[in-house]
Design a protein around this ligand. Structure first.
Ligand SMILES: Nc1ncnc2c1ncn2[C@@H]1O[C@H](COP(=O)(O)OP(=O)(O)OP(=O)(O)O)[C@@H](O)[C@H]1O
Ligand SMILES: [Mg+2]
Length: 519
């Protein structure tokens, strides 16, 4: 006798359907064998399933059972196959109707038959819907997450016994209904821009960075407020759109970091991520990886900010791995079974001191470092990496008069309104382009995402602007990349000003954000 039940595996951020087949030979000696590239957790699953079935008061099939997980070339990991295996065995024991083709089952069983949380439910629900499954059975704890996908019935399951009763049409389980509400409570920010004294030009630079999603590096002496400024950036970032929020939530679902958001309400991520890893972070922790690859910090920062404080301390090897994702906005991880990619479209904010003592270039306090030490320190950030950072700003020490001034600056909420208006202008432009030439502008959300085609299309400059650019290219020895990045940055500055066309003054501001060579 043969039973077939459908379940789902995760490959990176995508779900893939797995068929659980079970065969029984009632005449052979009792036992269970699992085939189809299972890992240790899947092999142990048979013991949990047996205990769960018996403790739920259901009967376990007698005979020699073979469980096959197909396709055989896909590695199956984790305990999420407990539930589909249990269902298949219950079919063999004639406890459930044999045809459950339209249904998909996920979940880890505990010995008493209750279901435990599994990670990555959101992408799995997504693929189930795409492939036309009618219903999805998940542990109760994960139902809200799965229900973020519309167009498939999600059933929250608390115990195996309850599920069996539902499938035998004895006690139906109600599907989970959710309304996605992105508004939620206004988040509390650790710091507001209005409490930061002075540093007006840095605030302006961060506003531009937030408006177009540009990378930014702050350099200055100790205690000037670099960390403070960077940590205040979330308070001016534009709110997430629903599509972006789902994108981010998918990554957190796979990384198993969703449930810390408080139970009950919808587990969708409402705020742009802000990730600030310490400089001792490992390679795999930063870009993702491990034997079964998990997203790293750069993917957890997708659609948000990756803040690298004390950037030169990260070490050149760690920083160089950022080069590819900074350019491509995805990170590709190779492993024996082929390569995987995770999205990594983040805005990089770095902070650094100009030299080991911190006072190089300070107008009042003398620097204690030798010229050699200074240049060695500055070389820790390589040319190619600096070239990918659009905005370089100095944060000088704030003088006493400004610090002791009780007047408050502009609140973050007002800056955020301008940032959102600029983003709306960008989104409208990309959407307009998509309509007019039929080409998908998908994935483009801000100016920093533009490729060479979009730069040519949207970043035209007039004759004065052209001359300004030519002079800058000559004097500052700019690369082709720098040239494109200046144009994109100028586009953002024009968007902030509400201008249709890039003016020379916008270009001038963009150019002055490029790094000045110290030698
Ligand atoms: N412009 C400012 N306005 C108000 N408070 C400030 C300002 N700059 C610094 N501070 C105060 O100084 C503290 C230290 O600032 P912060 O940690 O941002 O310095 P930093 O530039 O990151 O220094 P380091 O180079 O040593 O890391 C802040 O927590 C804040 O209390
Ligand atoms: Mg600091």
């Amino acid at each position: 006798m043969l039973a077939k039940v459908h379940s789902c595996a995760l490959i990176g951020l995508d779900g893939a359907i797995v068929e659980v087949e079970a065969h029984i030979n009632p005449k052979a000696l009792p036992g269970v064998i699992v085939v189809g590239l299972p890992d240790a957790a899947v092999k142990e699953s048979t013991e949990r399933v047996r205990a769960a079935i018996i403790n739920s008061g259901l009967s376990y099939p007698r005979g020699r059972i073979t469980v096959n997980l197909a396709p055989a070339d896909l590695r199956k990991e984790g305990p999420a196959y407990d539930l589909p295996i249990a269902i298949a065995l219950l079919i063999l024991a004639a406890q459930l109707p044999p045809d459950l083709g339209e249904m998909l089952f996920l979940g880890e069983l505990s010995l008493d038959g209750s279901l435990r949380h599994v990670n990555g439910v959101l992408p799995m629900a997504h693929v189930a819907k795409e492939l036309g499954y009618a219903s999805l059975f998940v542990p109760q704890a994960d139902a809200a997450e799965a229900a973020l996908v519309e167009g498939i019935d999600v059933y929250p399951v608390d115990t195996l016994g309850r599920l069996a009763a539902h499938l035998r049409s004895l006690h139906p389980i109600e599907p989970y209904r959710a309304t996605i509400d992105l508004a939620g409570d206004a988040p509390m920010y650790a710091c507001d821009f209005q409490d930061i004294k002075g540093q007006e030009h840095v605030k302006r630079a961060l506003e531009v960075a937030a408006a177009g999603g540009h990378n930014c590096l702050l350099a200055g002496p100790p205690g000037a407020g670099k960390t403070l400024l960077a940590r205040s950036v979330p308070s001016i970032l534009p709110r997430l759109t629903l599509a972006e929020a789902l994108d981010v939530t998918r990554i957190y679902s796979v990384a198993d970091m969703l449930r810390s958001n408080g139970a009950g309400d919808s587990p969708i991520i409402r705020n742009r991520p802000f990730r600030a890893p310490h400089h001792t972070i490992s390679h795999a922790g930063l870009v993702g990886g491990g034997q079964w690859p998990r997203p790293g910090e750069i993917s957890l920062a997708h659609r948000g900010v990756l803040f690298l404080d004390e950037m030169p301390e990260f070490g050149s090897h760690t920083l160089e791995v950022l080069r590819q994702p900074l350019e491509d906005k995805v990170v590709t991880i190779s492993r024996a079974q082929g390569s995987l990619s995770f999205p990594a479209n983040f805005m990089l904010i770095g902070a650094q001191n100009p030299c080991p003592c911190g006072y190089y270039g300070d107008p009042e306090r003398a620097c204690a470092c030798s010229a050699g030490t200074v240049s060695k320190y500055q070389k820790r950030l390589s040319g190619p990496l600096l070239d990918r950072i659009d905005i370089h700003v100095e944060t000088p020490r704030v003088p006493f008069q400004k610090l002791s001034d009780d007047r408050r600056g502009e609140p973050s909420a007002m800056i955020r309104e301008r940032v959102e208006a600029a983003r709306a202008r960008q989104a409208a432009r990309f959407a307009e382009r998509g309509r007019s030439n039929g080409r998908q502008a998908a994935g483009l959300t801000c100016n920093a995402d533009m490729g060479p085609t979009e730069v040519r299309e949207f970043c035209g400059v007039d004759e004065t602007g052209r001359q300004l650019l030519a002079a800058a290219m000559r004097q500052m020895n700019l690369s082709a990349r720098a040239y494109h990045r200046i144009l994109k940055l100028a586009r953002t500055i024009a968007d902030l000003a509400g201008c249709e066309h890039i003016q020379p003054s916008h270009l001038a501001e963009a150019i002055q954000y490029r790094p000045r060579r110290t030698e």
